[in-house]
Design a protein around this ligand. Structure first.
Ligand code: HEC
Ligand code: HEC
Ligand code: HEC
Ligand code: HEC
Ligand code: HEC
Length: 447
């Protein structure tokens, strides 16, 4: 074959690959069928190790996971029935949570218990058929999905008896993940912005994409018939892995004075350094998550005092300090409870500092229904490599015993605020307290 002919063929196939206009985002609804995608068990026969990792990750449970099922079937879908304006957004949940169902036009998909193909969630084929995204920035499932014989991957010229392969640089970039990890709701509010947070932070400048922390490379075989090589692990471990959450923030604390008179006061400084995340902490489903710092003092006779955080005086600070007021009143709309008063906003000790960004409905009340968010409050999360300082001014109580007084700080995390989890009967694991880290210091009290 002469070079000219070869060149034409290459040019033609490149043009073919990239010029076909494949609908994305909302426009992709119903443009494919389930049969365009292979089931993950087919891939398992040769890629068993990767399959077993994926099966244990949240990706394979993105449709079947209990809290997803509850939020989708008990809040989002009923909300779209009460108010049809929300129909596209409720269908759109599937664009990220079960892309095959969305692309096949199978919306609302059957419940997980019916064991339909929607259950496969974000599976091998979904991810390995993505070759780019449409528009300026990745968000709202604007990925370009092109399933077929060619599986896109990170390596050049691999041979497989089952399929062709093609190296696509895009797969190894953060914007690939951003197609599902950034989300704008119908009010044009960024209700999920993990990739955008990463872009603003230090890790993007150092070319450390999501993959380095969530799909780290290790020596192994990427299929049963491969040679050993560095292989991208399919862990996707995040907030649902207590080991990943452990130690995300390091805590050091010290008193303003070491020796304090019995009727004196001391200020405890607590520094919180986010050493581990590539984006803010918490990120992703920020409307659900709660991260809070509890500080106690224990005197030499074992009496325990709970310390409220010193106020800093910034706008919206009231949402960053544990309170027992009610919120989440808008859940009453899909639940068809017009007189619903809401449930407790935080469910944590009153006075504790919370690191969060509140989401508000149109009445200015906090919501966990991200699609119903009208405004975002002050962002008081801890950014990548950011250090926040909290202070606790404590007047030594007159009943405190002289001697050593210990101060202990505990940084706790919950995937879903407990009062909401309890009200919606979400299984306990979603509101279990996960320990992020602890810190301690002491003073000596003299008479
Ligand atoms: C019959 C065995 C077999 C089956 C079934 C199979 N693969 Fe592969 N696949 C391979 C082999 C072999 C390689 C090349 C591995 C190497 O050389 O390192 C490969 C490579 C890959 C790559 C890497 C491509 C690159 O460019 O880096 C991807 C992605 C991939 N397969 C995805 C899939 C998916 C998705 C499925 C299921 C729909 C699947 N494979 C089913 C054998 C198989
Ligand atoms: C959420 C998307 C996603 C899912 C789900 C997914 N992969 Fe991948 N896979 C990737 C990305 C991204 C890479 C490239 C990682 C990189 O470049 O750092 C990759 C890499 C690979 C590779 C090449 C690994 C290497 O480094 O040699 C194989 C093979 C593969 N995937 C197969 C599979 C199979 C089989 C499944 C299902 C059991 C699967 N993937 C599920 C996104 C995904
Ligand atoms: C096709 C959409 C899609 C793509 C592409 C995608 N994800 Fe996800 N990812 C999801 C969904 C949906 C979930 C939520 C699963 C759940 O909890 O329901 C998720 C969950 C996760 C989690 C687990 C979070 C937790 O709460 O434990 C991590 C980590 C993650 N993704 C990282 C990545 C990375 C890194 C990439 C790029 C290599 C990526 N994702 C690409 C859709 C996607
Ligand atoms: C420097 C390492 C690092 C990088 C880079 C990084 N992450 Fe993470 N990520 C973490 C750690 C640690 C956690 C666990 C703490 C948490 O939940 O935020 C995490 C958590 C997550 C979660 C779970 C959040 C939740 O509340 O459910 C998702 C989703 C996620 N990362 C996606 C991404 C995506 C997408 C990118 C790239 C745009 C990325 N990560 C880049 C370290 C990293
Ligand atoms: C643009 C993609 C996208 C869309 C659209 C989307 N999600 Fe998600 N969703 C995700 C990703 C990615 C995560 C994981 C982020 C994280 O770990 O915090 C997630 C997490 C969740 C969680 C928390 C899961 C857990 O176990 O903590 C629930 C519940 C959820 N989504 C429900 C919905 C519902 C209901 C809709 C539609 C109204 C929807 N999502 C629309 C991408 C999306």
């Amino acid at each position: 074959m002469n070079t000219y002919k070869l060149f034409t063929i290459i040019l033609f196939s490149t043009v073919q690959l990239f010029s076909q206009s494949i609908p994305t985002g909302d426009h992709a609804l119903g443009t494919k069928s389930y049969d365009d995608f292979e089931v993950s068990e087919v891939c398992q026969s040769c890629h068993n190790d990767i399959y077993q990792q994926w099966k244990q990750s949240m990706m394979s449970q993105s449709y079947t996971h209990h809290w997803d099922e509850i939020e989708y079937f008990e809040l989002a879908v009923p909300h779209s029935e009460v108010d049809p304006k929300f129909k596209p957004v409720a269908d759109g949940c599937n664009g990220c949570h079960t892309p095959m169902a969305f692309l096949a036009g199978d919306v609302t998909p059957p419940r997980p218990e019916e064991n339909s193909r929607a259950n496969d969630g974000v599976n091998c084929e979904v991810c390995h058929s993505i070759k780019g995204f449409e528009g300026k920035e990745p968000f709202n499932f604007n990925y370009i999905s092109d399933p077929g014989d060619v599986k896109f991957g990170p390596k050049d010229q691999l041979e497989s008896p089952h399929h062709s392969t093609l190296k696509i640089d895009f797969m190894s970039e953060a914007s690939y993940c951003g197609t599902c990890h950034n989300e704008k709701n119908p009010e044009n509010i960024w209700v999920k912005s993990t990739q955008l947070e990463w872009l603003e932070g230090p890790y993007s400048k150092e070319q450390v994409p999501c993959h380095q922390c969530h799909m780290p490379k290790a020596l192994g075989k990427n299929s049963i018939m491969s040679e050993k090589d560095m292989v991208a692990q399919h862990l996707f471990h995040g907030a649902h892995d207590p080991g990943k959450v452990a130690g995300v923030v390091e805590i050091r604390m010290h008193p303003s004075e070491r020796e304090v008179e019995i009727d004196g006061a001391v200020t405890i400084n607590v520094q919180l350094f986010n050493a581990k995340t590539g984006h803010k902490f918490p990120t992703g489903s920020v409307e659900d998550r709660i991260l809070w710092l509890d500080v106690t003092a224990t005197d030499s006779e074992g009496r325990v005092y709970h310390l409220p955080v010193d106020k800093k005086g910034f706008k919206g600070e009231e949402y960053t300090i544990g309170s027992d007021e009610l919120a989440y009143v808008d859940m009453g709309i899909p639940l068809r409870l017009p007189d619903f008063k809401g449930v407790q906003r935080d469910g944590i000790p009153v006075g504790s500092r919370i690191f969060r960004m509140p989401y508000f409905d149109k009445n200015g009340i906090m919501t966990i229904m991200q699609w119903n968010t009208h405004t975002l409050g002050t962002d008081y999360r801890i950014g990548p490599r950011e250090t926040k300082i909290e202070t606790y001014t404590f007047e030594i109580p007159i009943d405190a015993a002289p001697g050593i007084m210990n101060f202990d700080a505990t940084l706790n995390y919950q995937l879903l605020v407990k009062p909401v989890a309890d009200y919606l009967k979400v299984p306990l694991e979603e509101s279990e307290i996960i320990l992020v880290n602890t810190g301690s210091t002491w003073i000596e009290i003299y008479e």
